[in-house]
Design a protein around this ligand. Structure first.
Ligand SMILES: Cc1cc2nc3c(=O)[nH]c(=O)nc-3n(C[C@H](O)[C@H](O)[C@H](O)COP(=O)(O)OP(=O)(O)OC[C@H]3O[C@@H](n4cnc5c(N)ncnc54)[C@H](O)[C@@H]3O)c2cc1C
Length: 305
C-alpha cells in the first residue's frame, strides 16, 4: 500500500483530533478510525465515519427511549433472533463510511451492490496515479476446469514469468501513453476525460462508499465467500475485521447464521431427513440435479467445517 507522506500526515492529524459527543461511540472502531488497512499491492480500506453500535440495533427493534437494555445477554439474544429470522431494518440503523482504493476491475464488481452511496475519484478532474495491480505469483492461476467463473492450478515457471512481464509492460506502456497524450509540452494535450480511456482495468481508483449494516452484511456474505473472486475477497475480509470491532454482537450473529450457516431447499431438507433416518440416498434417488447434489455434499462434508 502506498500512502504519500502528505496523505499519512492528513490521517495522523485527523487521528490526533478528538471530539466530545453524546452519541454512541465504539472503542474498537475509534481505535481504527481513519487508518488505512492495506489490501492487495496498492489498495486499502479505511473507516472515515460511522453511526450506531450494537445497542442501536436493539434500541430500534424495541423502539425504546434509552440506550438498549442493561443486560448485554438480552441484546445478544435479540440480535441473534433478528439475524436468524431475516429481520433487516434494525440493522439498517447502523451506518459506515469507508474510503477504498481498489483496482478498476474490482470496482466493477463492487459497484453492482446498488444499496450504497458512492463518490468516486474523478479522472476527468484529476490525473490518475501510476499504480497498477499486479497479482502475487501464488494468485496467478489457470482457468478452472470445474468452475467457469474461477481459477484452477497455479501457473509456474516460464509461463508465470511471461504473464507477469506482460502485465507490467502493458501497464507501463499504457501509462506512458496516457502521460504523453495529457502533456501540454509543445502540444495542446488531450483532455483528461479522454486520455484515461486507454488505461487498463488493473489501474487503481478510489471512492468513498457509505452503506448500512444490513446491506454491508449482504455485501460481505457474497464477497467474503470462497466463491467470490480473490481480489474482492481481500477487501471483504478486511471489512469483516472492521465490522467485528464495530458491532461485535451483530457480527457474531452474522458469522453464525450467514457466513457459517447454509440454506437448504425443500428437496435438500428432505434428503437430509432421509439420511438421518438411515436411508442410503444417492444423487439418482435424491431428486436433486447433479450440481445441487454436489453442493449438498460440500455442505455436509465434515472436511468443510
Ligand atoms: C460470485 C458472484 C458472481 C457474480 N457473477 C455475475 C455475473 O456473471 N454477471 C453479472 O452481471 N453479475 C454477477 N454478479 C453480481 C450479482 O448478480 C449482483 O448484481 C451483485 O452481487 C449485487 O447483489 P445485489 O443486487 O443483491 O446487491 P444490492 O444491489 O446491494 O441490492 C441488495 C438488495 O436490494 C434489492 N434491490 C436493490 N436494487 C434493486 C432494484 N433496483 N430493484 C429491486 N430490488 C433491488 C435486492 O433485493 C437486492 O438483493 C456476481 C456476484 C457474485 C457474488
Amino acid at each position: 500500500m502506498s500512502l504519500t507522506p502528505d496523505q499519512q500526515a492528513e490521517i495522523d492529524a485527523a487521528r490526533a483530533h478528538s471530539n466530545t459527543t453524546r452519541r454512541a461511540t465504539v472503542a474498537g472502531l475509534e481505535a481504527r478510525l481513519y487508518e488505512a488497512v492495506p489490501c492487495l499491492d496498492h489498495g486499502f480500506v479505511r473507516v472515515v465515519d460511522y453511526m450506531g453500535d450494537d445497542a442501536a440495533i436493539t434500541q430500534a427493534a424495541r423502539v425504546s427511549y434509552g440506550r438498549g437494555t442493561k443486560a448485554v445477554s438480552n441484546d445478544e439474544g435479540l440480535i441473534r433472533y433478528l439475524m436468524r429470522h431475516w429481520h433487516s431494518t434494525p440493522f439498517e440503523m447502523c451506518e459506515i463510511k469507508l474510503h477504498v482504493k481498489l483496482p478498476v476491475f474490482v470496482a466493477r464488481q463492487w459497484i453492482r451492490h446498488r444499496t450504497a452511496n458512492v463518490n468516486e475519484y474523478s479522472a476527468r478532474y484529476s490525473v490518475l496515479d501510476r499504480e497498477f495491480y499486479i497479482p502475487a505469483p501464488e494468485q496467478l492461476a489457470a482457468q478452472s476446469t470445474q468452475n467457469n467463473q474461477g481459477r484452477g492450478e497455479i501457473l509456474e515457471g516460464e509461463e508465470a514469468q511471461r504473464v507477469l512481464d506482460v502485465l507490467r509492460q502493458d501497464a507501463t506502456t499504457a501509462y506512458d501513453h496516457y502521460e504523453d497524450m495529457l502533456s501540454q509540452d509543445g502540444q495542446k494535450g488531450l483532455a483528461r476525460e479522454l486520455a484515461r480511456m486507454n488505461l487498463p482495468a488493473n489501474i487503481y481508483t478510489q471512492w468513498y462508499w457509505k452503506t448500512d449494516l444490513h446491506n454491508l452484511f449482504h455485501f460481505l456474505r457474497l464477497r467474503a465467500d470462497s466463491h467470490a473472486q480473490y481480489e474482492i475477497r481481500v477487501y471483504a475480509e478486511a471489512m469483516c475485521d472492521i465490522v467485528r470491532d464495530w458491532v461485535p454482537l451483530a457480527y457474531g450473529a452474522f458469522e453464525e447464521y450467514r457466513l457459517g450457516g447454509v440454506q437448504l431447499s425443500r428437496t435438500g431438507m428432505d434428503v437430509v431427513r432421509r439420511m438421518l433416518a438411515g436411508e442410503a440416498v444417492t444423487q439418482e434417488t435424491s431428486g436433486l440435479s447433479a450440481r445441487e447434489w454436489r453442493e449438498l455434499q460440500e455442505v455436509l462434508d465434515a472436511k468443510n467445517r
